[in-house]
Design a protein around this ligand. Structure first.
Ligand SMILES: [Zn+2]
Length: 217
């Protein structure tokens, strides 16, 4: 049945989403009906097929002292899905994608030099704007990464933010190169908390090795 335009204007399409209106326990995770996202120029609408959890989701739910999240907000920084609408010759509806979670202005010195996390306008889906724990999400086209065919949507959703942190730590900061080995040194915190800290170690280095063999970029 065709919906008259005047009715459609007052009753825009709505989708299901996890919504956090205020910080607190698990009871603050509300399944809500919210308006469908609308794509601004340069954005695509992605139908979410999988959204992975990140500790950021817990911080968002619980709240972090001294940090203000713009609630109400949809959590979810780790998203994989299918393009529903896009206006860009490089992409088509139906393309399977991973959503890069960070966004920035794309114009400043930090952005054009590849250091977009240093952009004054840098933010993350699921932290500074609503994320992908919803049926759909609107994202800039430059945040689209083609999903490898060999990965399921669930596997692909486990990549974008978690992997970005580890990748930056090991490849950008530690200058990890091909054939180097990543080891883990078990550090004991003063309170007795132990953490495995992955770090680059010499080939003959001692320590608790987390990874043995070749590491290719
Ligand atoms: Zn910028």
């Amino acid at each position: 049945m065709r919906v008259p335009a005047i009715v459609a204007a007052y009753h825009p399409p709505r989708m299901k989403a996890i919504l956090i209106r205020e910080h607190g326990g698990l009871d603050k995770l509300e399944m809500a009906d919210v308006p469908d996202p609308t794509a601004r120029p340069g954005e695509a609408i992605v139908r979410v097929r999988a959204v992975a959890l990140n500790h950021l989701d817990i911080w968002l739910r619980r709240g972090v002292p001294g940090h203000k999240f713009p609630l109400p907000m949809i959590p979810g920084s780790e998203v994989a899905g299918v393009i529903e609408t896009v206006d860009d010759p490089r992409w088509n509806a139906g393309d399977e994608v991973i959503v890069a979670p960070g966004y920035s202005c794309g114009l400043c010195v930090a952005c054009v030099s590849g250091n977009d996390p240093l952009c004054r306008h840098f933010g993350l889906f699921g932290e500074t704007v609503s994320g992908g724990a919803a049926e759909k999400i609107a994202v800039p086209v430059r945040n689209l990464i083609r999903k490898p065919a060999g990965l399921s949507f669930a596997e692909a959703a486990a990549i974008p933010l978690d992997m970005l942190t580890a990748w930056h730590m090991l490849v950008a900061r530690a200058q990890l190169r091909d054939r180097e080995i990543v080891g883990g040194h078990r550090l004991r915190h003063r309170r007795g908390i132990e953490k495995n800290i992955p770090r680059k170690v010499p080939r003959r280095g001692r320590g608790h090795r987390l990874y043995r063999g070749r590491f290719s970029r």
